[in-house]
Design a protein around this ligand. Structure first.
Ligand SMILES: [Zn+2]
Length: 106
């Protein structure tokens, strides 16, 4: 994909990992180090950002940031909450290094 866009190399990748995503940042880093070998991302750095854990309360309509072992409304304390963020794995950014002699317009 990146090669077709005139990019020579992927220099950095940023991901957002929620605490409930089931993904261990340290393991992700290790897996990335192996997966990038021999690809145009061979020298890329991986930046892992941990997403906050937030819930939305059905009762008071308030969104609050909570701890992993206490998915309760921060205002009224009910457990009737919807998870708003915290279980995601998002690709946030991909930094590309372009071939400057190619005259890319982009
Ligand atoms: Zn509430």
């Amino acid at each position: 994909m990146a090669a077709r866009n005139g990019a020579r190399e992927v220099v950095g990748i940023g991901v957002v990992v929620g605490p409930l995503s089931g993904i261990e940042p340290a393991l992700l880093e290790r897996a990335f180090a192996q997966a990038r070998c021999g690809t145009i991302a061979a020298n890329a750095t991986l930046e892992i950002e941990e997403a906050p854990l937030t819930v939305w309360c059905e009762g008071c309509g308030v969104e609050s940031q909570v701890a992993m072992n206490a998915l309760l409304c921060g205002r009224c304390g009910t457990w009737k909450v919807d998870l708003k963020s915290g279980n995601e794995l998002l690709l946030k950014q991909v930094e590309l290094s372009r071939d400057e002699t190619a005259g890319a317009t982009g």
